[in-house]
Ligand binder design. Structure first.
Ligand SMILES: C[S@@+](CC[C@H](N)C(=O)[O-])C[C@H]1O[C@@H](n2cnc3c(N)ncnc32)[C@H](O)[C@@H]1O
Length: 484
């Protein structure tokens, strides 16, 4: 196949990024925004051995599962990958992606239920990050096209709540009426770079990120924002670096309160403009509640919450358990966790450790398990998953239960494969273990739709030491025997 060639094919299935896959002789064609059984005319964009990346030109026979995307710049923006697929089928696809990862990466035939739906299919995000750039036609506000710094201008975004439309209007009005200078990537100059918004209990924390020290015409900006919003705080954030990091360190509150006090899952907390919180409130709450319920934590249990972020889950566990210890590498997040501890009177029950898990977790696990404590280990790592040496420490210390929350089914499957011994190292490569002797068994796998309309999926997994009596969700994979 040659670059720029136009061909016609029938999509056979969906890939792990939600793209359609066409088999054409020896070639596997990846075709974003295409659905199974659709006959499609496509253009070849790139050929790498027998893998082809292509672009759909015309859908001759649209699938029954196809729906009209809610977004007018859907295929240009690239932020969403599944808006053209009926929501119920998005949920099915995500379950299949998780199941396939377990079977292909870890040789585990896991039982994976239908992905838990999000209460809101659209308008679910509590956080917005809008780049503002000086482009050919003046100030443009939108999202960066995938893998670039080219703005796709928008007036609204369907996965954001309605307030996103008003924010864009207000920013445009402020820039235009006050002749505000806007950042240009080419020149590395210009003042306004990003507008970042967090919604907490109906109140907006609005931050203008600037390449300078002061934001001009603040009173005019406040007056414009008041036209559009009843309840907001305004911040300026200084970021003079020309890299990809959006926020600088310094926030200055220009209007309203600098923190919002709120309550979630029985825990009081203060949210600031920079506080970390998962983007879908409803799904986040359900994952946290399920994590607590399924871990069976009571006043005799010690919980170790590895990769604990701002400590929300640590605090929720601390309320139920004998104690909960959070481990987190980012100092600011640990400071938030300490504030949570104080605010919720969890002094003797919650401990927040600022350290890399690779350093702190083995010692903490050893101490608690040697004390004979009933121990639950919570793992909520970033996309790269858990460090291999840490997995070995976990297997050595054997906390009774592991609750693993993951945003990457690939690294989740790998780590579960190592914990359940279906995977082993051979010549520097992870391969199927032909004679597993597992310390842990898989109890349950449950995907959640934290990010509707996108390919992303959050998964909650429970593992137990093999000596326990829990019913296992693991069915034997062909050829690897029964690991129950
Ligand atoms: C997916 S977030 C989980 C946050 C938290 N559990 C929650 O529900 O909000 C992963 C966290 O791990 C932290 N992190 C990343 N690498 C780490 C490491 N090596 N040791 C400890 N924490 C780490 C990140 O700073 C981030 O806060």
């Amino acid at each position: 196949m040659l670059k720029n060639e136009e061909r016609v094919g029938i999509v056979s299935r969906l890939g792990s990024n939600g793209e359609g896959i066409i088999k054409d002789g020896d070639y596997t064609v990846f075709l974003p925004y295409a659905l199974p059984n659709e006959k499609i005319k496509y253009k070849v964009l790139k050929v790498k051995k027998n893998v082809v990346f292509a672009k759909a030109l015309e859908v001759y026979t649209p699938a029954e599962e196809r729906v009209r995307p809610a977004c007018s710049v859907y295929e240009k923006c690239g932020g969403c990958q599944l808006q053209h697929l009926k929501y119920k089928l998005q949920l099915k696809l995500k379950s299949k992606i998780v199941k396939d990862c377990f079977s292909k990466i870890a040789f585990i035939d896991a039982s994976v239920p239908l992905t838990e739906r999000s209460e809101l299919e659209y308008g679910y995000r509590n956080k917005l990050q809008l780049p503002v750039r000086a482009e050919n036609f003046g100030c443009e506000i939108g999202f960066f096209a995938s893998g670039s710094h080219r703005i796709v201008p928008i007036n609204s975004c369907p996965i954001q709540p309605e307030w996103c439309t008003r924010i864009i209007k207000a920013v445009k009005k402020y820039v235009k009426t006050n002749d505000i200078s806007v950042y240009s990537d080419k020149q590395g100059a210009g003042l306004l770079k990003h507008v970042v918004v967090r919604a907490v209990d109906g109140k907006l924390l609005i931050t203008f990120v600037i390449n300078g020290d002061t934001l001009p015409c603040v009173n005019q900006l406040i007056a414009i924002l008041k036209e559009y919003f009843n309840d907001f705080s305004l911040f300026v954030n200084v970021n003079k670096l020309g890299n990809n990091v959006i926020l600088g360190e310094r926030f200055i509150c220009l209007f309203g309160k600098d923190k919002v006090m709120t309550t979630d899952c029985g825990i009081k907390y203060e949210m600031g403009p920079e506080s970390f919180m998962q983007v879908n409130d409803n799904v986040r709450r359900r994952i946290y509640s399920e994590a607590v319920k399924i871990s069976g934590v009571d006043e005799n249990t010690v919980v170790i919450d590895a990769y604990s972020g701002a400590g929300m889950l640590t605090a929720i566990f601390a309320q139920k358990a004998k104690k909960a210890v959070g481990i987190e590498i980012v100092k600011e997040a640990v400071d938030c966790a300490d504030a949570l501890k104080k605010l919720n009177s969890l002094d003797g029950k919650m401990q927040n450790v600022c350290a890399p898990c690779e350093e702190a977790l083995p010692e903490i696990m050893q101490r608690e398990t040697e004390n004979g404590e009933n121990t639950v280990l919570v793992l909520d790592p970033p996309r790269q998953g858990v460090d291999e040496t840490l997995i070995q420490s976990i297997i050595k210390c054997k906390p009774q239960k592991i609750v693993y929350i993951s945003c990457s089914p690939q690294t989740l499957a790998r780590d579960v494969g190592l914990l359940t011994d279906t995977l082993t190292w051979q010549n520097g490569e992870l391969v199927k273990n032909e004679s597993p002797s597992p310390t842990y068994k898989l109890v349950s796998v449950k995907p959640y739709d934290m990010f509707p309309q996108t390919k992303h999926v959050e998964t909650l997994v429970v593992l137990r030491t093999k000596s326990s009596n829990d019913r296992s969700a693991l069915s034997p994979a062909p050829g690897i025997g029964n690991l129950k």
